[in-house]
Write a protein that binds this ligand. Structure first.
Ligand SMILES: Cc1cc2nc3c(=O)[nH]c(=O)nc-3n(C[C@H](O)[C@H](O)[C@H](O)COP(=O)(O)O)c2cc1C
Length: 462
């Protein structure tokens, strides 16, 4: 009798197990990304600006997350194409005592390379409100391939506003944000919506939360394997990972793991071990982005090679010099004499000379001119500038005036000056700009700090 019962139960169990081929999958929208099988660059405030993302892609990252950008700081930003390098810049004028005459003082909130980041860039936002989340997402939805909600940042500036890890304690709010994004941005723009969480104190709590999140229509979930109180230096804990992956998979959602993944090969091994779909790397990539290159393809590159490539991307992208120096400090090993030298540098030309990257100097000179690094030193604040700068600015002004008007996607080179519309137009329910609120509604942005830091000036490890 017992035997019969056992075999009946095992037949029943077998019939309830879904064969791998039939595991449900939330469909990946036509303009979205599939996170499965991917080793990706983590969102990192300061360290995740465009040049770092290009560096990660160069060394083999499959997808890149941009730094967390607070919803209010991108809402109402002006979208323009930088006529010199083809990048898309979301900018705004800071409040500067009513002076609006100084184009160079515009703050670039977010910068995208429409060619090299095509199909690979996920925009991450900090938000605590479905309406603001939707407005912010619509601002960039035509130019990115996914929108991610940061639900893991433990810093008080974030949690006190109900954002980041605070959302883990307010699942109703987090669910309503994700549902609004799926409905009002994901569906019309045909891109995926995802969320990045931390684990909670017990597997039961995490399971209850993840079970709700995967039913919102999201296509991916990243789990940072640390609890909110855990510091970045504490080792990631992975005992909840398989359970999170299982919950995701039952709902057809891809699960990306994060926490102490050190390289592509390591990530692939962990994916297999824990049954997750992808792996996300943060600090290892901050230290040397060639961690995305597998051993078979050469593995970690020497720091000088990485720094050279990084500087080239910074110069091409006209990256804010303060941000460039910040990451140079991460990329150059502290004991090297070049570390101190790079720290002393005040311009791109200076840093290229000190590091003996002579072939970059002509480009560095131009970047210094455009960013007014030399002129600020020579002329003092508020004064401009050579004919070259004026000319460059005029070019940009006319590109901006035409911004959004083109119906063509950019060509496959960096000279996208004439392709100034959103990257994708085919799936647009309406122009991305239509929903933008009046400029005055937006919080003021200090041009001296990068995008996401406007709301989070202390350094962040979400
Ligand atoms: C400098 C820095 C900035 C970070 N900024 C963000 C962020 O903007 N959004 C986010 O979700 N996580 C952020 N994080 C957390 C990372 O994305 C990642 O979850 C964490 O570092 C764990 O991964 P790791 O062990 O590979 O470093 C940041 C981490 C660092 C080191």
């Amino acid at each position: 009798m017992i035997k019969i019962l056992r075999s009946a139960m095992s037949i029943l169990a077998e019939s309830m197990t879904i064969p791998p081929a039939q595991v449900p999958r939330v469909p990946i929208p036509p303009n979205g990304v599939d996170y499965r099988g991917k080793i990706v660059l983590a969102p990192m405030v300061r360290s995740g600006e465009l040049p770092s993302r290009l560096l990660a892609l160069k060394y083999g990252a499959d997808l890149v997350w941009g730094p967390e950008t607070i919803d209010r700081s991108i809402i109402g930003a002006t979208r323009r194409v930088n006529a010199r390098n083809g990048t898309i810049e979301f900018t705004r004028m800071p409040s500067n005592g009513g002076r609006v005459d100084h184009a160079s003082r515009e703050s670039v909130i977010y910068r995208i390379d429409p060619v090299r980041e095509k199909g690979k860039l996920v925009f991450q936002m900090g938000t605590a409100c479905p309406d603001l989340a939707v407005q912010a997402a619509k601002t960039v939805a035509g130019d990115v391939w996914g929108i991610d909600v940061n639900s893991g940042c433990p810093k008080p500036f974030s949690t006190s506003g109900g954002m980041g890890a605070a959302l883990l304690r307010t699942p109703d709010k987090l669910v309503s944000i994700l549902e609004a994004l799926v409905r009002e941005v994901g569906e019309p723009y045909k891109i995926g919506i995802s969320v990045k969480i931390r684990i909670l104190e017990t597997p039961e709590l995490t399971e209850a939360l993840v079970s709700r999140l995967v039913r919102t229509g999201i296509t991916g979930l990243t789990v940072h394997c640390r609890t909110t109180p855990m510091r970045p230096r504490e080792r990631a804990i992975r005992h909840q990972l398989r359970m999170v992956a299982d919950v995701c998979h039952k709902a057809g959602v891809a699960c990306v793991m994060n926490g102490d993944v050190t390289s592509r090969d390591h990530g692939l091994k962990l994916m297999e071990e824990f049954g997750v779909d992808g792996a996300m790397i943060a600090v290892a990539a901050e230290a040397n982005s060639s961690c995305f290159r597998s051993e078979a393809d050469g593995g970690l590159a020497p720091w000088r090679d990485v720094v050279y490539e990084y500087l080239k991307f910074c110069i091409e992208s006209e990256n804010r010099f303060g941000n460039t120096k910040y990451l140079l400090n991460m990329l150059i090993p502290g004991k090297k004499k070049e570390f101190g030298e790079a720290k002393q540098s005040k311009t791109y030309t200076d840093v290229c000379r000190r590091l003996k990257f002579d072939d970059l100097i002509p480009l560095a000179l131009q970047a210094d001119e455009i960013l007014e690094l030399t002129h600020r030193q020579e002329l003092g604040e508020g004064q401009t500038s050579s004919k070259a700068i004026q000319h460059a600015k005029e070019n940009n002004e006319s590109a901006r005036a035409a911004g959004g008007g083109s119906t063509r996607p950019p060509k496959s080179n960096l000279s996208a000056a004439h392709n100034v519309g959103p990257i994708r137009t085919s799936s647009f329910p309406q122009p991305a700009k239509a929903d933008k609120p009046a400029f005055e509604q937006v919080t003021t942005v200090d041009p001296s700090i990068p995008a996401a830091e406007h709301a989070q000036q202390p350094s962040v490890a979400a």
